[in-house]
Design a protein. Structure first.
Length: 155
């Protein structure tokens, strides 16, 4: 039986992307992405729970981002596709550390919910896809102005 390692996130960049260029000429892009879940607690107060994700991109995708760096900035709403990767390293005190990152395959900037700029890497094509795509307009939420029933609490 086959397995699947696929991550899809929509969130906001926590900082501007950092590009590292190695002696070999290879590039690495790293950035953080915040996703926030909103729910009501037992007292019916809204609670925001934010998770921070470490994103990393290599090769053609990192090169594409480096060349268009000003298109991606802290606070931008992004759509991300990738895979989870955990790596081990030894810190300055000799302690083994582990870090889990999302190795990005596709990074798409969402603008006003109507337009997006996409950077992606496809191993089959070895080249970035078209740089501009149109995202569909979001459907109106029929429950947006409805109060949350008290029996719909997550506990």
């Amino acid at each position: 039986m086959a397995s699947l390692n696929k991550v899809i996130l929509i969130g906001r960049l926590g900082k501007d992307p950092e590009i590292t260029t190695f002696e070999s000429g290879n590039r690495k892009m790293s950035v953080t992405l915040a996703t926030t879940e909103r729910y009501r607690d037992r007292d019916n107060n809204w609670v925001d729970q934010t998770e921070w994700h470490n994103l990393v991109a290599w090769g053609n995708l990192a090169n594409d981002i480096a060349e268009k760096r000003r298109n991606y900035a802290k606070g931008d709403m992004m759509y991300v596709e990738g895979r989870l990767r955990t790596r081990q390293y030894t810190d300055n005190q000799g302690i083994n550390r582990y870090v889990t990152e999302i190795q990005v395959d596709k990074l798409m900037q969402l603008v006003s919910g109507h337009q997006a700029t996409q950077s992606s890497y496809s191993p089959a094509s070895q080249a970035p896809q078209e740089p501009v795509v149109q995202a569909p307009a979001p459907a109106p939420d029929p429950f947006a102005n409805q109060p949350m029933p008290s029996d719909d609490l997550p506990f």
